[in-house]
Design a protein around this ligand. Structure first.
Ligand SMILES: [Fe+2]
Length: 358
C-alpha cells in the first residue's frame, strides 16, 4: 500500500499529514493550534477523514492542535501512556504495534530524554522522531526542560541507531529548512549521534549552555489542560525554543556576531554608503505593529540557507540583519558568516529597539 507523508506548517514546528494514496483516511502528527483553521480547511476541501492525531511528546514551545482537532472531527488523540494531557484517549506503550489504515504496521518506541513521554513512530520506510532526533547539524531537542533527562536521551539515541539505516527521519522541528534524510545519514552527520559514552554525552549537553525558557512552563500547562485557545500561553515570536543551539557545529557557535545599536545604524543609513538591511522575519510581521525599514531585503530565516545564492550581488557589502528582537538575526548572521559572507552584523534589539530609538 502506498503511503504519503506531507509536511504542513511553513515554520520550524513540523506537522505531518499521513495517509494512503487514493484513500480518504489520514492522521496528523504534532499539529499546532495556531494552524488549526488551515488543517480544518484542508480536511474539508480534500474530503479527508482524520482518524487520529498524535503528539510525539508534550510540547513546551507551542500549543498542540490535538484537542481542537478532536472536537472538530471526533478523531482519537494518541500519546504515550504517561503523557499528562487530559484529553488523550488512545495511550500507547513501548513496542505497541499499531495497525494503521487496517494494514500498515507502525511500531511505537518510547524514546525519552527531551521529555519523559517522547515517542518515535517507525513506519516501513520512515521514522518520525519527534524531538528525540532532528536532522544533521540540528542535533536534537533540548533536555533541560521539565521531564528532560540527558541520560535517557542517550539511551534512546542508542536505540534509534540500531534501527534500519534506510529509514527516512522526519523530526518535529527543523529551524534551518533541512530536508529529511536517512537514519544512516544522521549517524554520519548528526552531532547527537556521534559515538560517545553516556557520561560524555551528558557533558556535551551541559557544555551547550542553553538559555532560560521559563515561559515554556505555561505552554506545558496549557497542553496538560488540552487548551483550545491559542492565547492560553504566551509564546515569544523569536523562539527557536526546542533547538539545541550549539549543535549547528562548533565553529558556528563560537562565531562572534557584531551588534549595531539602532542609533548607530540610523547614522549609517544617512551616509554615502549605507549598509544593506536584511530582514529575516516572516512576511506577516513586516506588515505588523513593528513595521519595517524602507529598502530592506526580505528573506525569512526559515529559507535563508537555500536563498543565500540570491545574495550574490550584495554579499560583499556591509549587511545588517534585522528581526523582531535580535534573536533570529543573530542566528541568521551566524549562518551567513558560515557561508563566507564577510561583513555581517545584527541590529541589536531588533525592530523593538529601532522603533524606540531616537
Ligand atoms: Fe519539544
Amino acid at each position: 500500500m502506498e503511503l504519503f507523508i506531507k509536511q504542513l506548517n511553513p515554520h520550524s514546528c513540523r506537522t505531518y499529514l499521513i495517509g494512503r494514496e487514493g484513500g480518504g483516511e489520514v492522521i496528523l502528527i504534532d499539529p499546532v493550534l495556531d494552524h488549526f483553521l488551515e488543517y480544518a480547511d484542508m480536511l474539508k476541501a480534500g474530503h479527508l477523514q482524520l482518524t487520529h492525531v498524535v503528539d510525539s511528546h508534550t510540547h513546551a514551545d507551542h500549543i498542540s492542535g490535538a484537542a481542537a482537532l478532536k472536537d472538530f472531527t471526533e478523531c482519537s488523540y494518541v500519546m504515550y501512556k504517561d503523557a499528562p494531557a487530559r484529553c488523550v484517549d488512545f495511550s500507547v506503550d513501548d513496542g505497541f504495534e499499531w495497525k494503521l489504515f487496517d494494514r500498515v504496521q507502525v511500531r511505537v518506541l518510547s524514546t525519552p530524554g527531551h521529555t519523559q513521554d517522547s515517542i518515535s513512530l517507525v513506519f516501513p520506510e520512515w521514522i518520525l522522531t519527534g524531538d528525540t532526533l532532528f536532522l544533521d547539524d540540528g542535533g536534537a531537542g533540548r533536555d533541560d526542560l521539565p521531564g528532560g533527562d540527558p541520560g535517557a536521551h542517550w539511551e534512546s539515541l542508542k536505540r534509534l541507531s540500531g534501527l534500519p539505516e534506510h529509514l527516512i527521519v522526519y523530526p518535529a522541528h527543523d529551524y534551518r529548512n533541512r530536508k529529511p534524510s536517512s537514519l544512516g545519514q544522521q549517524k554520519r552527520t548528526n552531532p547527537h549521534m556521534k559515538a560517545r559514552s553516556k557520561e560524555e554525552f551528558i557533558r556535551y549537553l551541559e557544555d551547550l549552555r542553553l538559555g532560560p525558557a521559563d515561559w515554556m512552563k505555561d505552554v506545558l500547562k496549557a497542553n496538560y489542560a488540552c487548551a483550545r485557545d491559542p492565547k492560553a500561553a504566551w509564546i515569544p515570536v523569536d523562539a527557536a525554543a526546542c533547538e539545541v543551539k550549539g549543535t549547528l557545529d562548533p565553529g558556528v557557535n563560537e562565531m562572534q556576531v557584531t551588534s549595531i545599536p539602532p542609533r548607530v545604524l540610523k547614522q549609517k543609513m544617512k551616509s554615502s554608503s549605507p549598509p544593506v538591511l536584511l530582514d529575516v522575519r516572516e512576511k506577516h510581521e513586516l506588515a505588523g505593529n513593528l513595521g519595517h525599514i524602507d529598502g530592506i531585503v526580505h528573506i525569512p530565516i526559515g529559507s535563508l540557507v537555500e536563498r543565500i545564492p540570491e545574495m550574490e550581488n550584495i554579499k560583499d557589502r556591509e549587511i545588517v540583519v534585522v528581526c523582531r528582537s535580535g534573536a533570529r538575526a543573530h542566528t541568521a548572521a551566524q549562518i551567513l558568516s558560515k557561508a563566507g559572507i564577510p561583513n555581517v552584523s545584527v541590529l541589536s534589539g531588533g525592530m523593538i529597539a529601532w522603533n524606540t530609538a531616537r
